[in-house]
Design a protein around this ligand. Structure first.
Ligand SMILES: [Zn+2]
Length: 278
């Protein structure tokens, strides 16, 4: 009897470990190289590439809400928006035509080596990369991306209290165009990512923080329950940086569709897209 229980336990640990590995690192990945047909507008308007491919965890509801929100923003502001989940658009001819590339909760390895290199060059030569929530987890396995978009290594998200409501605080000295129309504080319930360090240290400018001491960062079922690592009280949730001639902007907000119901969240992203051409 004891042996049966023990064997069952071992089998469960093994299956569980395998599943966690798969969720984190993704299943075998397909890279698309087919170049899509895109009719770029002749007029000088902001051109947005909305990329929602996932090979890791998929935030379905938030991805859909994000697609809807960005198409509404595009109509309102007269942007050109091209939305896809196929990597073929990351090619030498089409990528530089966009002003901003948005990783809409993109997780896992989504681009092949050549496409990754193109995106790196695109940003460094004046383009912009904007990442939302899952775009900042540790499933991407891409050093340049982590260094230049996230600026910190993802540790975990709270598990015991996965979704927690807390206040967000606007940093007073950010670029005026990024600040436009944003409330000084607002309250929101999200899955607050915890990173091993504060992106501020790497020279990122912070847009919003939460008080890291007001959330429960427990990210484990057992063992190390209480871990907040390098973040502590000063816990950024949105930040940006100039990268050579280009820019990056990342926000850890956006686990589920409810984020997209906040005017402040929409306004922040709208400002970020407009900032791409400044
Ligand atoms: Zn999430």
């Amino acid at each position: 009897m004891a042996w049966t229980v023990f064997s069952l336990f071992i089998a469960l640990v093994f299956i569980g470990g395998f599943l966690i590995y798969k969720v984190k690192y993704g299943f075998p990945v397909r890279f698309e190289t087919l170049i899509p047909e895109i009719e770029f507008p002749k007029e000088r308007k902001i051109k947005v590439l909305l990329f929602s491919k996932t090979t890791g965890f998929r935030h379905d509801a938030s991805i859909d809400a994000g697609k809807k929100a960005f198409s509404e923003m595009a109509v309102k502001n007269d942007w050109f928006l091209y939305e896809t989940e196929a990597g073929g658009v990351f090619n030498e001819e089409q990528l530089p035509k966009f002003d901003v590339v948005i990783f809409n909760n993109s997780t896992g390895r989504v681009l092949n080596d050549e496409q990754q290199q193109l995106l790196e060059n695109y940003v460094e030569e004046g383009g912009m990369l904007l990442g939302i929530h899952g775009a900042g987890d540790d499933s991407h396995r891409w050093d340049w991306y982590e260094e230049n978009l996230i600026g910190a290594k993802f540790s975990h998200h709270p598990i015991k209290n996965q979704i927690q409501e807390t206040d967000l605080f606007l940093e007073p000295d950010i670029s005026p165009s990024l600040k436009k129309g944003l409330p000084d504080t607002w309250a929101h319930a999200d899955e607050w990512y915890v990173f091993f360090s504060n992106p501020r240290i790497q020279g990122f400018r912070i847009v919003y923080t939460i008080d890291g001491e007001k959330i429960d960062p427990d990210g484990n079922f057992f063992l190390i329950r209480s871990k907040n690592f390098g973040m502590g009280k000063d816990h950024p949730v949105a930040w940006y940086k100039n990268i050579v001639k280009g820019k990056t902007f990342y926000t850890s907000i956006g686990h589920d569709a409810s984020a997209w119901e906040h005017d402040a969240f929409i306004q922040m992203l709208e400002n970020a897209v407009k900032w791409s051409v400044e």
